[in-house]
Write a protein that binds this ligand. Structure first.
Ligand SMILES: C[S@@+](CC[C@H](N)C(=O)[O-])C[C@H]1O[C@@H](n2cnc3c(N)ncnc32)[C@H](O)[C@@H]1O
Length: 203
């Protein structure tokens, strides 16, 4: 990472720290609805949650029996994840790291979760290029992200067609782009266009 990029990313992480320093949980304490529905019946294994934030999704997966690693660059998010995990009596391995140079590893995960992880396209593409090699055979990706119809924000919030290409060669088992009602804490409430994906690494 260049010095310039490090400076920019630390300004962005301060933004998230400020948001997570507010009272309560910005996106609620309950897991993302699409994640909950998609991992129903999945056998627990090793799960990685990208851009985890305050812990709602990681803690949910840990409660299902997954061994969860959560990664984000917000120290305040880390503290709130620890507090939420403690309240539920589960453990989450939390890594404080920037997605710009994060290494997903090799055949390491049974499940990778990317819920409203919306880094700039260069970081996102670098991350998603690693999915195939980081998942174990039959490992899954569960993803939901904002999709903005405004072309000026397409870089940050791409639609289904672009994401589908970025996660290839994973095999898509579900993919949808639609407007629907979010009710996930004070910062995710109201009508929102999102992309939802479940994809697998096939053997
Ligand atoms: C919209 S929030 C979503 C949080 C969480 N996934 C959820 O759904 O509750 C976006 C998260 O991405 C994290 N993030 C953004 N850019 C990042 C980067 N370059 N490296 C690590 N984390 C990043 C922020 O700190 C924040 O927690």
């Amino acid at each position: 990472m260049t010095k310039e990029q490090m400076k920019k990313n630390s300004a962005v992480s301060s933004y998230w720290d400020a948001r997570f320093s507010e009272a309560g949980y910005a996106y609620g304490e309950e897991p993302n609805v699409f994640l909950r529905a998609s991992c129903e019946g999945m056998a627990p294994g090793d799960a990685l949650s990208l851009c985890e934030g305050e812990g709602r999704n990681a803690v949910y997966l840990a409660r299902l029996g997954f061994r969860v690693t959560a990664v984000d660059f917000s120290p305040v998010g880390l503290q709130k994840t620890k507090a939420l995990a403690a309240r539920h009596g589960v453990e989450v391995n939390y890594l404080l790291a920037d997605m710009a140079d994060f290494d997903l590893g090799c055949a390491r995960w049974d499940l990778v979760v990317s819920i409203f992880a919306q880094p700039p396209s260069a970081i996102r593409q670098r991350l998603y290029r690693q999915l195939e090699q980081s998942l174990r055979p039959n490992g899954a990706l569960i993803l939901e992200t904002k999709a903005d119809v405004d072309a000026t924000s397409e870089d940050r919030y791409p639609g289904l067609a672009i994401l589908r290409e970025e996660i290839a060669p994973l095999s898509l088992s579900f993919g949808e782009e639609k407007e629907h009602q979010l009710n996930e804490g004070p910062y995710h409430s109201g009508l929102q266009r999102t992309v939802q994906i479940v994809a697998y690494k096939r053997t």
